[in-house]
Design a protein around this ligand. Sequence first.
Ligand SMILES: Nc1ncnc2c1ncn2[C@@H]1O[C@H](COP(=O)(O)OP(=O)(O)OP(=O)(O)O)[C@@H](O)[C@H]1O
Length: 528
Amino acid sequence: MNVRNAARDETGQVSVRLGADRLCKSYGSIEANRDISITVAPGEIHAIVGENGAGKSTLMRMLQGIEQPDSGRIIVDDQVVDLTGPQRAFTLGIGMVHQEFMLAPDLTLLENLVLGDEPVIRALGPASTIDWRSALESGERLARETAAHVDWSRTARNTPVHIQQFVEIIRLLRRGTRILILDEPTAVLAPQQVDDLFALLKKLRDGGTTILFISHKLREVMALADQVTVIRRGEVQYTSPVAETDPDTIAGHMVGGQGVLPESAADAKSRQAVVGDVVLEVSGLTTPIVEKSHPLHGVGFELRKGEIIGLAGVSGNGQNELVECLVGLRPVGGGVVSFAGQDITHMSNQQRRARGMGYISADRRHEGLALEASVEANVIAGSQRKPPISNGGFFNRRAMRRAAEERLSFIGVRHGGLDNAAGDLSGGNQQRLVFAREIASRPSLLIVSQPTRGVDLVGIAAIHGILSDFRRNGGSVLLISEELDEILALSDRILVMADGAIVGETSASDADIGHIGRMMVIQGAGDG
Ligand SMILES: Nc1ncnc2c1ncn2[C@@H]1O[C@H](COP(=O)(O)OP(=O)(O)OP(=O)(O)O)[C@@H](O)[C@H]1O
């Protein structure tokens, strides 16, 4: 990229709003980014796609000044800049909306809007006071401009997730963000909310904001982006205007020479499951009202052998609480949970596991993994006292290594070495690791929450294939997912949850995405 000669065009506009010029970044022996060059024009929506561990987050961290490149240059407004830290990037107008929102949960949305940059009245001499009226005016003006409906007096904690996301965006705009980076922004949204977000982003784009977004969903890339760049194994593989490409071409560049994608979930599902006896029976389940949780109101359903039930719902409507009750991590207020004919309502998580219940938590960083521990320790956890790793009281180190390697390669976890910390894996590879461990313990029932959040195309197909095989071999799955496509592709039956209750049920063959989406948002927290 010839920056010095990247002359402003005839109208005096800059041609490169944000650019990376041969950026390199290594962690030990891993080259996370190698000679990455991208160019983003003013008022462009640029999608960055790539497999898990491809190097997308590393690039974003450098563009935000959180990490320094080993070599290469970053360009803002046609000029080479030195992003010495996040504050410098912010001053230049670069702002990022992370997957985990940064709002302070107990402050109101208005307080969050101005936090750290409060408008003040200086009428009282040296003392000053916050000008709430002007804060509210600026919030409402931005909300109007972005067509968002925001109740500024609500705390962030009590605000539906899609409104929190709007407020995050508005907050950045208020502080002069001109280059907005979004990390998988639709992961937590219902379909209608995705449409609203895209309408907002297009509006911002048309007003001159430059948008860079990371996504694993090619349908979204096609619907939203002007330009797409594929990163593979730390290098730019492909870049194209979206109007001149198609999802197959993009996917081909993402997976490189791996050829045909693994069997899709839809193909796997077309082989009808044989459904047997009831394995999990839940009736009248309630939870006490506890702060920071969403109470359950009499949840009941049956899950049979060889069946996948998909639980659809906007996040924050009681799904987490239900899962925690089922796996023994939250006390129930009333009702009964039976597993394989036995009342397990008050059993511990360990007792449930010993009876064949596997659990894949949505919160892999806190519940699913010990991030400081090695990749090997994490993938073996729970099996270290069983053969072949332990035999007659003797611990077999080689058998442990072999088992770890087999488990990791079974689901294609990309890692830099068995002794590296699990926390150093990319997000998607952390999720694969949890899956590899849980499947290896051969459960009869899997409770799976957000199994493919942040996982790439190949990983999704692999995980879906594993779930379908598990079901075909007589396993039962309760699948909780914010991805309706995933629920539709895998489930035999679909339950919809809103406001702590099951509000609808449909068989997969009759499922209609619009109808399910409406049930999801018609009540409860999704309605905000
Ligand atoms: N702090 C770190 N220490 C060691 N290795 C790291 C670190 N951060 C990233 N890596 C490695 O660099 C590579 C690129 O990771 P990165 O997080 O950028 O990928 P990604 O494309 O964002 O993946 P995902 O889609 O799974 O989030 C991976 O192999 C990862 O394990």
